[in-house]
Design a protein around this ligand. Sequence first.
Ligand code: AMP
Length: 190
Amino acid sequence: MRNFVLFGPPGAGKGTQSALLLEKYHLKHLSTGDLLRSEIAQGTALGLEAKSLMDQGLLVPDSVVIGMIEKLLDDHRDAPGFIFDGFPRTQAQALALDELLKIKGESIQGMLALQVDDEELLNRILLRGKESGRSDDQDPAIVRNRINEYNRKTAPLIDYYRGQNKFYPVQGIGSIEEIFSHLCRVIDSI
Ligand code: AMP
């Protein structure tokens, strides 16, 4: 199995690039943001709990997202590998992911970290909010909260993966095709 964490702040292009990567490498895409939005759309209790936090730009509790990932790994035992998008976002999630994969005799091959500066991120997110109608992309105060959550709780994961020699920075500015080719070059070299 080939398992990669596609990493980066909100608006870095993780969703866009995941769609291209899974087509080329035939990997299964696991986006906790998409899973949570689907729970909200279905009106489940989990969705209701998550929505109030997501609407404020805050992270959903670790236990909720770890439970979702555990179930999906079980549901897709035959997948040739996974692209984790938007997960892990905290140290507890990274540790849980390593444990869950270890039980299956698997591991993460690399954290592909898209590098985009803050100003570009804010512009991209607000544009995406206009185009997609995603409520947490439309309000600059919520977007700022999400970037703060990223800087406080998620960015430290770079050190976690660097400590395992799995940190691969990738230039996240340029055309979609250019960024995709940077990512492919890194994946092919791992
Ligand atoms: P995303 O689509 O990845 O930008 O996620 C949208 C929102 O869902 C985030 O702002 C969080 O509120 C929540 N979320 C998604 N993934 C996670 C995660 N791994 N841990 C905690 N909260 C998450």
